[in-house]
Design a protein around this ligand. Structure first.
Ligand code: ADP
Ligand code: MG
Ligand code: MG
Length: 201
């Protein structure tokens, strides 16, 4: 992945989030406070605006995006997405074209930090339920065809519906959260699907 591809990833994530802002808001209205679409739209807009167009350092691009997501998304998801991109960027610091193996190691470090930050594990109906299985897939499967990765993200998102929420505002709904989609898992899907889109170009 080159720096230009990382910039495209941020652009494509912003585009997908903007296109689905209403849906993210509605999901968060059902199980939360209804600001997830707004939060994510504002955060990714800021991340696009601060992109360094000249650097060839992939880590720098991702770290910059993370810093801006951390300060602009707000809510519970701001620190979590901020941590993800900052850690991924730190892992890829100084790299000009890391391969899939390096990207996978970066994902592992970033997802583990996210889990620590949110004191969350997989199975608690959050964005982690999309990031964790996709990272495991990268670690254990031969991802020759990146469509497999998008399918994994899609299948994981589908599964989240059946979970009971244990973290964030959705946890107040207890068993009533079962059968409903988590807003953060949905936005995590858009971010990962955007990655597949730009890596395939
Ligand atoms: P807030 O709920 O504070 O308004 P957002 O609406 O932006 O923040 O984000 C809510 C999403 O954040 C949830 O849908 C869930 O996926 C995720 N989330 C909330 N708390 C946690 C946590 N402790 N660990 C991991 N993810 C979490
Ligand atoms: Mg919310
Ligand atoms: Mg909120």
């Amino acid at each position: 992945m080159k720096a230009e591809t990382a910039r495209k990833w941020i652009h494509e994530s912003a585009r997908q989030i903007e296109a689905n802002k209403e849906q993210l808001t509605q999901l968060d209205q059902t199980l939360g406070d209804g600001d997830h679409g707004l939060n994510m739209g504002r955060g990714f807009q800021a991340a696009v605006e601060q992109l360094d167009q000249d650097t060839s350092d992939v880590g720098k691009v991702l770290k910059g995006a993370g810093t801006s997501l951390l300060s602009k998304i707000g809510g519970a998801s701001g620190p979590l997405y901020g941590t993800f991109f900052m850690k991924l960027g730190a892992h890829l610091a100084g790299e000009e074209n890391p391969d899939l193996k390096q990207l996978t190691e970066g994902f592992r470090s970033a997802v583990d930090s996210m889990k620590k930050r949110g004191k969350a594990e997989a199975g608690e109906k959050t964005m982690i339920d999309v990031f964790e299985p996709v990272t495991e897939f990268l670690e254990t499967e031969n991802v020759s065809n990146l469509d497999n990765l998008r399918e994994k993200a899609e299948a994981s998102l589908e599964e989240v519906q059946g979970f009971e929420a244990k973290k964030g505002r959705a946890a107040y709904y207890k068993e009533k959260s079962v059968g409903k989609q988590d807003a953060g898992a949905q936005s995590a899907y858009y971010i990962l699907s955007s990655l597949v889109t730009v890596l395939k170009e």
